[in-house]
Design a protein around this ligand. Structure first.
Ligand code: 8YV
Length: 316
C-alpha cells in the first residue's frame, strides 16, 4: 500500500500521522498553507491521491473533491461530517467513513462536565483559590445540578449518552428531534422553542446540517431565559453566536458551557470576562484513549477499502 497516495488535510493526531506515513504515501496538506502553493501541489500530485483524511476543521469540500480525479475514499477523523460534501461524494462514488461510537462517552462526559462547571462555577472557584482570594472570604453560593430539567437537541448516540448520565443526576429529560423517537420515555417537543421554555439546561447534541444551522437562535435563547444554561458540544454554527454573546452580556441568559464555536479557533472576546461562561477548545473527544481509537478506525477503514474488504464505519 506504500504507493497509495493519502492526503491528510491538517495536523490532527500524531499517532495517526505516523501510521499513515508508515503504511501509505502520505501528503501533508498543511505544508502548503497558501492557496497558490495548494494549487500547484494539487496539479502535481492529484493523480496519485486516492484517499483524503480530514477532521472537524478541514474535510473535503466540493473544490477539493473536484481537483482529485483519482479520489476513492474520504476517511474522516470525526463523527461530524459537516466539512465533507457528501452529495458530491455520492455522485462520484467516493466512499466516506467517520469515527462513530468510540467518542460517544467522552463527549457525553464532557457535556456533564460543562454543566457542572457552569452551575457550580468550578473554573471560577479554581481562579478564586489561585488568586489567593479564599483567605479574604468564602466563595459565593452556586447552583445545584441534581434534579434540574435537561433538554437535549438531538437524541442520537451522543444525545442519548448525555441523557443517560443526566438521569443519574435525577434530571427530568426532554428532547427535540425532527420526529419523535419510539424507543424512549423522555418527553418529546416538536420544536426547539418549546423545549427551551420547558428546561433549565439546554444541550446541543445534533449533527450540523443546513436544517440545524443556528437552531439555537434569539427566540430559543430568550425561551431558555435568564436562569437557563446553554451547553454546546455539537458544532459552533448550531448557535447564533452573536445572539448568544449579546444575551450573555445583557444577562438574558443564565450561563453557557461551550466546547465549540462558529469560527474556531476564534472565540468572541466579550465572553472572556464572563464568569457564568465556561470556554473549552473543542476537546469533546480529546482523550488519549478515544483519539487513538478514532485513529485506528481511520486506518482500519482505509486498509479495508484498499484491500476490497467491507468498510468498518461507512457513511456513504
Ligand atoms: C474532533 C469532532 O474534534 O468527531 C467530531 O465530530 O468534532 C471531534 O471528534 C476532531 O475531528 C479532531 O480532529
Amino acid at each position: 500500500m506504500e504507493s497509495i497516495g493519502v492526503l491528510m488535510m491538517c495536523p490532527m493526531n500524531s499517532y495517526l500521522e505516523q501510521e499513515l506515513d508508515k503504511r501509505f504515501k502520505l501528503f501533508r496538506f498543511w505544508n502548503f498553507p497558501q492557496t497558490q502553493n495548494q494549487q500547484s501541489f494539487l496539479k502535481e500530485n492529484s493523480n496519485s491521491i486516492r484517499a483524503v483524511v480530514g477532521n472537524s476543521l478541514v474535510g473535503a469540500d466540493t473544490e477539493l473533491i473536484e481537483s482529485l480525479p483519482k479520489l476513492e475514499i474520504v476517511a474522516s477523523f470525526s463523527v461530524g461530517l459537516d466539512k465533507i460534501d457528501l452529495k458530491k461524494c455520492k455522485q462520484k462514488g467516493i466512499r466516506v467513513t467517520s469515527t462513530p461510537d468510540v467518542l460517544t462517552e467522552d463527549v457525553a462526559d464532557l457535556a456533564i462536565g460543562l454543566i457542572l462547571a457552569v452551575l457550580r462555577r468550578i473554573c471560577e472557584c479554581d481562579r478564586f483559590v489561585r488568586n489567593g482570594l479564599w483567605k479574604i472570604g468564602d466563595f459565593k453560593l452556586t447552583t445545584k445540578f441534581t434534579g434540574k430539567s435537561v433538554g437535549i437537541i438531538g437524541l442520537g448516540r451522543i444525545g442519548t449518552a448525555i441523557a443517560k448520565r443526566a438521569e443519574a443526576f435525577d434530571c427530568p429529560i426532554s428532547y427535540y428531534t425532527r420526529s419523535e423517537k419510539k424507543d424512549t420515555n423522555y418527553k418529546y417537543y416538536s420544536n426547539v422553542i418549546d423545549l427551551a421554555s420547558h428546561c433549565q439546561i439546554l444541550v446541543v447534541a445534533c449533527a450540523l446540517t443546513p436544517e440545524t444551522h443556528h437552531i439555537v437562535n434569539r427566540e430559543v435563547i430568550d425561551a431558555l431565559g435568564p436562569k437557563g444554561v446553554l451547553i454546546n458540544i455539537g458544532r459552533g454554527p448550531h448557535v447564533d453566536e452573536a445572539e448568544l454573546v449579546s444575551a450573555l452580556v445583557e444577562g438574558r441568559l443564565g450561563g453557557a458551557g461551550l466546547d465549540v464555536f462558529e469560527n474556531e479557533p476564534e472565540v468572541p472576546e466579550e465572553l472572556f470576562g464572563l464568569d457564568n461562561v465556561v470556554l473549552l477548545p473543542h476537546v469533546g473527544s480529546g482523550t488519549i484513549e478515544t483519539r487513538t481509537a478514532m485513529a485506528d478506525l481511520v486506518l482500519g477503514n482505509l486498509e479495508a477499502h484498499f484491500l476490497n474488504k467491507p468498510l468498518l464505519t461507512p457513511v456513504v
